[in-house]
Design a binder for this molecule. Structure first.
Ligand code: NCD
Length: 306
């Protein structure tokens, strides 16, 4: 039995197979309409979510499976003091696979250790968000045809943003990647990540001004300042509008640069950018469903002839 805790749980070859499957699902959705009939997905979300939870549920429903779960810790027995380990042993009797989001780093790992069904980490605190990363990689592969030799700018809250941490981990395995981290001093990417990049001889630089690097980027991955992980409101208010991507800033970007964002967006991308052909964040949401469909099939060991 296999779980997904980190994007590194899959080798580059396994990721390619997963993305090929997602591409086949996109091209031939009717072939998969009953692929999960009789199977149940549990979504155990202890933290708010729109995209990730509904994307998982939509993925399962589009393959003929069923969905149970909770979307808020207060409506689960966690509010009575039940441990994650006990919850997952219970859920294992009800469902065939579980997607879990938790505010505590490592909680889905604790669950996986006690589970008798595959567990997918759907985001744990400020740590990892592997299925968002699978979504990001599938988007890049689908829109650019490859995953290597890019200059990737990551902008915003690089300290608390778990999507950023997961994406860097996943991309550092591909050839010719160069990262440009764009953040205020207070929201720099954590040292454990930059240390790892140095060890692996992956090129990166850290800057504060987006304008200085805009013209060099193949991708700009914008992120929301993670208000819920701040220790005080004052710091959040000071930093929340540090970057706002607008038409003027986009005029310095390359004609083929793509803007990604895991969403939800607050102020960091002006709505006027949504109609720019380089804005790929809503297409990214659609790829998220295909990749979660592929992931559910893979972890359940359901094979469909391509
Ligand atoms: C992200 C998350 O939950 O970390 N959202 C998502 O899953 N698409 C990003 C965010 O909340 O800013």
């Amino acid at each position: 039995m296999r779980h997904l805790m980190s994007p590194l749980d899959f080798t580059v070859g396994e990721l390619n197979d997963l993305f090929d499957l997602a591409a086949d699902i996109e091209a031939n959705p009717e072939k998969y309409r009953h692929a999960c009939s009789g199977k149940i997905l549990a979504t155990c979300f202890y933290e708010p979510s729109t995209r990730t939870r509904l994307s998982f549920e939509s993925a399962m429903l589009r393959m003929g499976g069923d969905v149970i779960g909770f979307s808020d810790a207060s409506s689960s027995s966690a509010s009575k003091g039940e441990s994650v380990a006990d919850t997952i042993r219970t859920i294992s009797c009800f469902a065939d696979i579980c997607a879990m989001r938790h505010h505590k780093e490592g909680a889905p790992m604790v669950a996986a250790a006690r589970s008798t069904i595959p567990v997918i980490n759907a985001g744990d605190g400020g740590h990892q968000h592997p299925t968002q990363t699978l979504t990001d990689l599938l988007t890049i592969r689908s829109l650019k045809g490859r995953l290597d030799n890019f200059t990737v700018g990551l902008c915003g809250d690089l300290k608390f943003g778990r999507t950023v941490h997961s994406l860097i981990h996943a991309l550092e395995r591909y050839e010719g990647l160069e990262f440009i981290f764009i953040s205020p001093e207070e929201l720099r990417v954590p040292d454990y990540i930059t240390e790892e990049l140095k060890r692996r001889h992956v090129a990166f630089e850290e800057v504060i001004r987006l304008d200085d690097v805009m013209g060099r980027l193949d991708f700009l991955y914008m992120t929301r300042v993670q208000r819920e992980r701040f220790f005080n409101e004052e710091d959040y208010v000071r930093l929340k509008d540090f970057y706002i991507l607008d038409r003027e800033k986009m005029s310095h970007a390359r004609a083929d640069m793509l803007v990604l964002h895991p969403l939800p967006r607050v102020n960091e991308i002006a709505v006027e950018i949504d109609d720019d052909p380089r804005a790929a964040y809503f297409r990214q949401v659609q790829y998220g469903v295909y990749v979660r469909m592929a992931l559910i099939l893979t972890l359940l060991g359901i094979g469909i002839d391509k």
